[in-house]
Design a protein around this ligand. Structure first.
Ligand SMILES: O=P(O)(O)OC[C@H]1O[C@H](OP(=O)(O)OP(=O)(O)O)[C@H](O)[C@@H]1O
Ligand SMILES: NC(=O)CC[C@H](N)C(=O)O
Ligand SMILES: [Mg+2]
Length: 506
């Protein structure tokens, strides 16, 4: 996942895009970028780091214009340490095109070759987004020969792009002198919505929180397979570009990625997490007597709503036993296991009196590599807990994700090829309770009647696009391994040096 935003206005948009990126910072911490357009000229600044560090006053001053895009990156393809792979991407033909992308193309490798051999286009990085912008450019070149560019021509190009690319994508692009284009993959895996301010200005963004926090009213989500084109006069054109779209949002957005105050595809993320807490409580009650538990403690940040609801349901006190250092970012989306592990202790500290001589139930939203849980269980014991139970509001994460969450190999997942008992032992908890996959789908799905399903492959092993081959998995793994090697030479902890590969030392 990454956070993306696009604005078309009559006023300068640099500050507005910056503000929206801050609201989307939880979706990507590795790099940030903004592009603006004044007339037909593009102005861009992008670099590695968090939004606050990437943009200084001088950079902001150099971003004039009333139309623009922004992105916060959490890499899933390419190299986390590469500045060139920060977004937006730019190509100069046709017209001048800039693009931001949230998602992951599963056929990027094959497309890169095809672009070179057939379309005569050179890709200079390992980023799938550079592949994507070149496919868009090529199809736009073919479809939009006349000027001014008509919405029909743009939609024709999007339909052609959708036929070529596979995987997940929410995309926002600017076509110099013509307008803003946004489109979403036909399975609706990654989120995308748009809204409008009182002054008529339009914003397209990954999450509704970016709209609300910048004074825009949510109009609606972009539908799976749909394209939205806002021309330079602010006229909105939309068209379904796919023959068989279906809505299967990524379940992990509701579990962890999105902010709880966002509404995605009509589902309140907060309500989804409360519901998960409710079913987790039922599961717990059927597994162990709640009377053994003295107190329920969330593992901040994302597990709070689920933990709160669980505590309410089992009739036990909900306490804040860990304090979070607000200056440390999200650990799961950090590149490299070394930095993740160190950050758990930097990020969370126990309040002794909530643990001393108590049987505590710790609740997390998910257990992925086990980095957080293993450290936290140990911290609870060090703080004096008698028994430490652990509950996860998500089911075991057993399968790699190929749609924009950085878990490309099964080996790095603590639950892969391990029984619940083996995981419990590894983490060091006295009991371990997991959410049930079907219960989770049922209670989150109930919030949006008419949903076709969820992209929940990391939990159930079903890849919704139906076209991910064993070869694709192997390529992803291979890419990750070779990139990790390069990064290690440059930067220390490699992205591949994962808990389970280094002898299970979490
Ligand atoms: O099993 P792991 O590999 O450790 O990953 C899972 C953990 O990572 C996330 O927390 P994170 O610190 O990223 O963000 P949060 O503050 O939003 O909870 C998530 O909420 C879990 O706590
Ligand atoms: N998490 C994402 O959406 C990543 C976008 C893109 N695949 C990249 O690696 O930059
Ligand atoms: Mg967490």
């Amino acid at each position: 996942m990454c956070g993306i935003v696009g604005v078309i206005s009559k006023q300068p948009v640099n500050q507005l895009i910056y503000d929206a990126l801050l609201l989307l910072q939880h979706r990507g911490q590795d790099a940030a970028g903004i592009v603006t357009m004044q007339g037909n000229k593009c102005f861009m600044h992008k670099a590695r780091g968090m939004v606050r560090d990437v943009f200084r006053t001088r950079n902001m001053r150099a971003l004039p214009g009333s139309i623009g895009l922004g992105q916060v990156r959490y890499p899933t393809a390419g190299n986390a340490y590469s500045e060139e792979e920060a977004q937006p991407f730019y190509v100069n033909a046709p017209f001048g095109l800039v693009l931001v992308h949230n998602g992951n193309l599963t056929n990027a490798h094959a497309l890169k070759k095809e672009l070179f051999d057939v379309d005569r286009r050179h890709i200079n990085t390992e980023s799938d987004t550079e592949v994507l912008i070149n496919v868009v450019a090529h199809e736009l070149e073919r479809a939009a020969r006349e000027v001014p560019v008509t919405p029909e021509a743009v939609f024709k190009a999007v339909a052609a792009v959708q036929k070529r690319i596979k995987g997940s994508y929410a995309v926002i692009a600017l076509i110099a002198g013509h307008g803003l284009l946004a489109f979403r993959d036909p399975f609706g895996i990654r989120p995308l919505c748009f809204g409008q301010a009182d002054n008529g200005e339009f914003m397209v963004a990954s999450e509704s929180v970016a709209l609300e926090g910048t004074g825009h009213k949510l109009v609606r989500d972009v539908a799976p397979g749909e394209a939205l084109f806002i021309d330079m006069n602010g006229q909105v054109h939309t068209q379904q570009c796919n023959d068989s779209p279906s809505l299967n949002p990524c379940m992990f957005e509701f579990v962890y990625l999105a902010r709880p105050d966002s509404v995605m595809d009509g589902i309140s993320v907060y309500q989804a997490r409360l519901n998960m807490g409710e079913t987790l409580a039922q599961r717990l009650i059927s597994t162990m007597p709640p009377s053994d538990i003295d107190v329920v403690i969330p593992i901040p940040e994302s597990s709070r709503p689920s933990a709160m609801q669980l505590a309410h349901k089992i009739g036990k006190p909900y306490r804040e036993g860990f304090v979070k250092n607000r200056y440390v970012g999200r650990t799961f989306i950090m590149p490299g296991q070394g930095v993740r592990k160190k950050s758990v202790r930097q990020k969370l500290n126990a309040i002794g009196l909530e643990f001393k001589n108590r049987n505590v139930l710790l609740v997390d939203d998910s257990i992925v590599r086990g980095t957080t849980s293993k450290e936290i269980v140990q911290m609870a014991r060090e703080a004096g807990a008698k028994k430490v139970y652990l509950a996860s509001a998500a089911p075991p994460v057993r399968f790699p994700n190929v749609y924009g969450i950085d878990m490309p190999t099964s080996e790095e997942l603590i639950a892969h090829n391990r029984s619940i008992e083996e995981i419990r032992q590894y983490i060091g908890a006295d009991a371990l309770i997991y959410q049930d996959v079907d219960a989770m789908k049922r209670v989150v799905g109930a919030l949006r009647p008419g949903l076709d399903g969820f992209e929940a492959s990391c939990f159930d092993g079903r890849y919704i696009t139906g076209d991910v081959s064993a070869e694709d998995f192997a390529t992803l793994k291979e890419q990750r391994e070779s990139q990790g090697k390069g990064a290690e030479e440059e930067e220390g902890p490699a992205r591949t040096r994962l808990a389970l590969q280094s002898g299970g030392e979490g």
